[in-house]
Each structure stands twice: as C-alpha cells, then as structure tokens.
Design a protein around this ligand. Structure first.
Ligand code: ADP
Ligand code: MG
Length: 368
C-alpha cells in the first residue's frame, strides 16, 4: 500500500552491496571463467587447464602455470578493489593487463565457494586458501588461515556451487549443456587469440578434454584446430592501419587524423558460406562485442557471398589505450571507442578491396 510518509533511508550492509555488485559482474559460469582466464593470462601463463562440472554451476576450475600469488597477499586477494595491476588512476591509460579493478575474485567469493592453491617460483610449497564473502574463511564463515600444501608453480582457482546464495540468478541460467557450450566458446576464442598458450577444457571426471590446443602455435593453426579445416582453408589475412592502402605522400589526409591503431584480420573469402556469422573481436586483447562492427562487416560480405550466408571473421584491433574507455562497467561487453566509425570504415574498405580482388581472380581463373 502506498503511503504518504517516506521510509527512512538506511545504509546497506557491506555484504549486501557486494552481493549486488557481484551479480552485475558475474552473470553466469562463462563470465566467471572469462575473468579467471584473463587473470591467468595476466599472470603470464603458457598453460591453462579448465575443468567443469554441471555447466560450471557445480565446479569451475582453472589451473595455470603463471607467476603465482605471494602467500602474504592471500588475506586480501578476494577483497574488493585489491589488485596488483594498477596503483593510480593514470595507470588506466597505459593498461597492458586485462584486469585492473580487483573485483573479479571478490565478486566470485560473494556468490560461490572459492578456493585458491598457488605457488610462486620462490616458494618451497604451495598454499591453499579458501574464501567466503571476500575474506579468508571456511564455508561456515569461521576465519581460516592459508595452509601449506603440495602443488606446482602457478595458480589453481576453484569455484564451487556458483550462485548457491542467489537462487534467482541460478534459476535464470540455462541447462548445464548450454552453459558448458558458452564456456567452450570463451575458451575457444581466448585460445585463438593466444596461440602461444596451451589451453584445455574438459568435463570433470572425463579423461578426454573437449578442447586442446598446443602451446607455441599461431592464430591460423589454432583457428584450423578450433573451427575446422574448411574455414582455415579459406582464410585471408588482412592488415589495416591508418595509412594502409593510401599513398604514403598524403600526409595530411583526413584518414591520418585519428591516433595510431592497427587491425589484424583473418576472414573467410568469397568461397566460404556459413549459416551464421562467427565473429571474434578483440580490442586491445580483450574479448568484446560490437554489434556495429559486426553489422558493418556483414554488410560488405552481403555484396560478395550469396544471400543468407555468412563469413567467419577474426579481428584483433589495437588502439591507443587513451581512446578506449575501459573504465566502463564490466557488464558493458559492448565497447565504444574514439574514431570508431572511421576505423570501422577503414577496416571494411580494406577487407572488401581484398575480397573483390579474390573474387575477380577467381572469375578470371574460370574464364581462362
Ligand atoms: P584484477 O585482475 O582486476 O586485478 P582480480 O580480482 O581478478 O582483480 O584479481 C586480484 C589479484 O589477484 C590480481 O591483481 C592478481 O594479483 C591476483 N591474481 C588473480 N588470479 C591470479 C592468477 N591466476 N595468477 C596470479 N595472480 C592472480
Ligand atoms: Mg582479473
């Protein structure tokens, strides 16, 4: 019933605030996994092993061989806004790591049972720590110090019973096979973008992984492995930068007005036709989405391949960290950046030029 007298304003409890925040960052098992993969890559891992039970709802485990975490840092590891990656706001402008907010592990600890086993090269043994609501604690909430244990160099993060305390979120998830395929999709995309790193992903209890990549590979080979030889066979490599395709004498051309950037594209040619477009977009090495870029690319292909069919496009764009605002909310996977239109147009123009050249050379081949 509506009342004319206002209710008193109260300060929310810390734990309530953090649980709300966690729900905004960790939407589903695959979003937790994305954060954890990025942490492993930030830690310089060359091997990342993912184990999943029940679509990640029961268990999500990421084992890496990265730098590990100092034992002394374990007490604040899962607190909100604790990070080893930035120290000042200015650091955001030269960000070279994925993480910077120090929110991922904290968030995960508010909506799951989080445990960490970690060992740096200098440690003589590994340390195991368990967390509840941002702090070192047993599942019943009682404080518990890190314990020495056996373990390899690197870090293993174990997330169990995700969303056990947020039943609405849990019930909003799809079945475990759908969640598992989202997990595989995230691992696949990071594997393609990090071909020097070996990835595996498997269901807990099964001996054969559903996904394996070797270390020290390259992007093209990894695409072949992940998406199949039909796509790999058709891949065309295109590099785009502000000056590409232009007369190098045109120094004061409009197109040179934007800051430095470069794009590496691996896309299928006119012979490849799939039902749905596969689009892998990395901006400054971060897996993101951009409907505008996707639309723009779809449009150029629509003039080249037959109606109702779609290409495969891998696009890695590196732009000046100044021109992409990373400090948007982490739920904003859809990114925006300075000169977005200009850059998108330049990429599309270059890609279509290359595709048309392919197309005419194919026609030419048939005619002679
Ligand atoms: P962020 O990545 O934004 O710093 P996180 O909550 O994801 O915040 O991680 C907090 C800190 O924990 C990181 O800054 C890093 O020092 C450490 N950390 C997390 N995962 C790993 C890992 N796999 N290997 C080494 N250090 C890690
Ligand atoms: Mg992180």
């Amino acid at each position: 019933e509506l009342s004319n007298t206002p209710k008193p304003i109260r300060r929310l409890q810390e734990a309530v605030i953090n649980r709300i925040a966690a729900g905004e960052i960790i939407h589903r098992p695959s979003s937790a996994l994305k954060e954890l993969l990025e942490n492993s890559l930030d830690a310089g891992a060359t091997s990342v092993r993912v184990t999943v039970k029940d679509g990640g709802m029961k268990l999500l485990q990421i084992q890496d061989n990265g730098c590990g975490i100092h034992k002394d840092d374990l007490p604040i590891l899962a607190e909100r806004f604790t990070t080893s990656k930035i120290a000042s706001f200015q650091d955001l402008e030269r960000l070279t790591t994925y993480g910077f907010r120090g929110e991922a592990l904290a968030s995960i600890s508010y909506v799951s049972h989080l445990s960490v086993v970690t060992k740096t090269k200098k440690d003589i043994c590994a340390w195991r720590a368990i967390y509840v609501d941002g702090a070192l604690a047993a599942p019943d909430g009682s404080p518990i110090d890190p314990k020495p244990c056996a373990g390899n160099d690197g870090t293993t993060i174990t997330v169990e019973n995700l969303f056990y305390n947020t039943p609405t979120r849990l019930s909003a998830l799809r079945g475990s096979s759908e969640e598992y395929s989202r997990i595989l999709d995230v691992v696949t995309k990071y594997a393609v973008h990090n071909p020097h790193v070996s990835f595996t992903c498997k269901k807990s209890g099964s001996s054969a992984p559903d996904l394996t990549t070797p270390s020290g590979s390259n992007t093209k080979q990894t695409i072949r492995l992940m998406y199949g030889p039909t796509i790999a066979k058709e891949l065309i490599e295109v590099s785009v930068s502000p000056s590409s395709g232009e007369d190098s004498m045109d120094v004061d051309d409009d197109a040179t007005a934007e800051g430095p950037w470069k794009a590496e594209v691996l896309c299928t040619g006119p012979n490849y036709e799939a039902k749905k477009m596969v689009f892998l977009l990395f901006i400054n090495h971060r897996l993101v989405e951009s409907q505008r870029m996707k639309k723009a690319l779809e449009t150029i292909y629509s003039g080249i391949i037959s109606k109702g069919s779609s290409p495969f496009v891998y696009l890695s764009l590196q732009i000046d960290p100044h021109s992409v605002d990373v400090n948007v909310h982490p739920t904003k996977r859809e990114v925006h950046f300075l000169d977005e239109e200009l850059i998108t147009r330049k990429i599309c123009d270059t890609v279509i030029e290359v595709l048309l050249r392919r197309n005419t050379s194919r026609v030419f081949e048939y005619q002679t």
